[in-house]
Design a protein around this ligand. Structure first.
Ligand SMILES: Cc1cc2nc3c(=O)[nH]c(=O)nc-3n(C[C@H](O)[C@H](O)[C@H](O)COP(=O)(O)O)c2cc1C
Length: 176
């Protein structure tokens, strides 16, 4: 049986929830990125990296990038967790912003929906969201995409779009 490691970094818990579900369904070992050394991952066949999306960047992904030369012969799956409703278009943007050219042909990327929790949000994130909402509110309603409309509608609230069923394609990919 293939050995699977799930490595994650989460700020407010959505990515952690998905990482735990994926690990449960694949009998994988699970690690916080801050608690694992790259050398430890050499004993695994498949590495699943899960990170929250912040301004298009995958949280903690420098760990994978910096150590990619140790993982290039393994199956590497990246799970980005964001608030966006976009699918293929967002995945292309995530690839462009986060993956090196070498990684692009080799790494499978999945995008899952997390949430927004203004109750837990730190000062900087709250401020960034405030400034973002302020700037998009200056636009005409017809110029706003669905993500922006959703952000305005849920501003200041706790919204959770996590859904265990959405990990099915990832579990399938890990097992094949
Ligand atoms: C400052 C900030 C920036 C964000 N940027 C993005 C983004 O670029 N794309 C996206 O889809 N979601 C974005 N989000 C939403 C988060 O990705 C979402 O809350 C996700 O569930 C976070 O995962 P975590 O709880 O594991 O940290 C952003 C949230 C904050 C607070």
């Amino acid at each position: 049986m293939k050995k699977v490691a799930v490595v994650f970094k989460s700020k407010y818990g959505s990515t952690e929830k998905y990482a735990k579900w994926i690990a449960e369904d694949t009998c994988a070992e699970i690690f916080k990125v801050s608690e694992i050394k790259a050398d430890k991952l050499e004993e695994f066949d498949t590495i699943v990296y899960c990170g929250g999306l912040y301004a298009g960047g995958i949280l903690g992904f420098s760990f994978i990038k910096n150590n990619y030369y140790k993982f290039y012969d393994k199956k590497l799956i990246v799970v980005a967790v964001g608030a966006t409703l976009k699918k293929d278009e967002a995945i292309e943007e995530i690839k462009e912003q986060n993956l090196t050219d070498e990684m692009k042909g080799n790494v499978q990327i999945f995008l899952l929906r997390g949430g927004l929790n203004y109750k837990k949000m730190n000062f900087i994130d709250r401020l960034l969201m405030f400034l973002l909402i302020k700037s998009v509110k200056l636009k005409k309603a017809e110029e706003l995409d669905d993500d922006t409309k959703g952000m305005i509608a849920t501003y200041g609230q706790v919204v959770d779009f996590t859904n265990r069923n959405t990990i099915a394609p990832i579990i399938n990919d890990i097992n094949n």
